[in-house]
Design a protein around this ligand. Structure first.
Ligand code: ZN
Length: 229
């Protein structure tokens, strides 16, 4: 516990700077860099994707309920305007997902992370991949997309973690997410749906992605195995 408290303080500090700081993402190279690099950062667009799902699915007043439900450390982030291009503390994203699972989801909608992943995945990369997939098979798009571009996609949203295409065939692929022990367990579940949306945009029929290894089960990485027709 003694180990964790200073880290929480770092997160609060970095989060405060990220949410009210002057200027744009370039700030990270400025005077706050020593503070910022202590914590994982995620792009505002990732937070906005989840908020867009909430608006589309749960209704317009859920933002207020969210602000009331998140812990005080993060309520200022969600009460204010979130900018797509700005970096935020990863803790805010983890808190958003955990709060959704815990308090905002109704009994009729249990376990919404896969659904959010499909929604945000389509939003994040759907347009780009649909154009590419008009000219190539799903496997070719996956190989090119996650062999060559996977890491740059990931780095656009998160400053920590490394994506690697491990296996691929005509009807499936395996992707590993490395060096990201801080990932929230809800984020792991969300990624199953996110990869499904990416596979669908790549032209795959009925894709199903399951996490087969996870750092929260003491595995070395989070591994996602996808199959499609
Ligand atoms: Zn995992």
């Amino acid at each position: 516990m003694a180990n964790r408290l200073p880290r929480l303080d770092w997160q609060r500090g970095a989060c405060y700077l990220a949410s009210v700081g002057e200027g744009e993402p370039g700030d990270r190279a400025g005077s706050v860099v020593g503070l910022m690099k202590e914590t994982v950062q995620i792009k505002g667009s990732a937070l906005l994707g989840v908020l867009a799902w909430m608006r589309a699915t749960l209704g317009v007043d859920t933002r207020k309920r969210l602000v009331a439900a998140v812990s005080r450390d993060w309520s200022t982030v969600f009460a204010g305007r979130i900018r797509a291009a700005r970096w935020y503390c990863y803790g805010a994203y983890g808190e958003l997902l955990a709060t959704l699972e815990r308090e905002l989801v109704t009994p009729e909608r249990p376990g919404c992370m896969r659904e959010i992943g499909r929604f945000t995945g389509t939003r994040d990369v759907g347009g780009i991949l649909r154009i590419v997939s008009a000219f190539a098979s799903p496997e070719a798009v996956v190989v090119r997309g996650f062999g060559a571009w996977g890491q740059s996609y990931w780095s656009r949203f998160c400053d920590t973690g490394r994506v690697s295409l491990l296996t691929h065939g005509r009807h499936g692929a395996t992707i590993g997410l490395y060096d990201f022990p801080e990932i929230a367990p809800e984020h792991c579940q969300l990624m199953e749906g996110w990869w499904e949306a990416v596979a669908r945009a790549a032209g795959a029929a009925q894709p199903r992605v399951v996490q087969t290894q996870c750092v929260h089960r003491d595995d070395a990485c989070c591994e996602f195995r996808g199959v499609w027709r």
